[in-house]
Design a protein around this ligand. Structure first.
Ligand code: S3P
Length: 167
């Protein structure tokens, strides 16, 4: 089975995904890390040097690559992955998609602790970060909410996610 974790940046997709995959004894991929290894550049550098259009193209190609080359895995996607090209439909059609839903206030706490890792925040003044998170999350909710399974990330455990995945 192919499992996909989607959700806003800072939702905990990478940390939880890794732990759930190891609990379920399946392979783990993180789309951002896959891209960084493949293109030998950090996500922030890719955004800065080649722009977001280019990033979305290589993100789409990398997603397709993982889907066609592997089976039995859990993939943590980037926050924007389900919102570009046909990425969401693709994931929905080949596997099980789980949305880790997180409140804007929680996201704000987490991502402002480490803002340099978030290319988007570079274009937004710090006093507008909270509003930006709320607005962007509302826009993306349209995609995220189409997941097969929606889990509130504040009440979640590795075992619970693994349980939901196997339903
Ligand atoms: C993005 C989220 C990031 C990364 C890129 C774009 C987004 O992933 O893919 O910076 O559009 O929200 P994380 O959600 O893992 O931070």
């Amino acid at each position: 089975m192919k499992y996909f974790l989607i959700g806003f940046m800072g939702a905990g997709k990478t940390t939880l995904g890794q732990r759930v995959a190891s609990f379920m004894n399946i392979s783990f991929f993180d789309l951002d890390i896959y891209i960084e290894n493949k293109y030998k550049q950090t996500i922030s550098d890719i955004f800065e040097s080649k722009g977001s259009e280019y990033f979305r193209q290589i993100e789409h190609m990398s997603l397709k690559e993982i889907i066609s080359n592997y089976d039995n895995f859990l993939l943590s996607t980037g926050g924007g992955t389900p919102c570009f090209y046909n990425n969401l439909d693709l994931m929905l059609s080949v596997g099980k998609v789980v949305y880790l839903k997180t409140k804007p206030s929680e996201i704000y706490k987490r991502i402002t602790a480490n803002p340099e890792k978030r290319p988007f925040l570079k274009n937004v003044p710090p006093n507008e970060w909270y509003n930006w998170i709320e607005k962007t999350m509302k826009e993306r909710e349209f995609y995220y909410s189409k997941a097969h399974i929606i889990i509130d990330s504040s009440f979640v455990s590795v075992e619970k996610i693994a349980y939901y995945l196997t339903l």
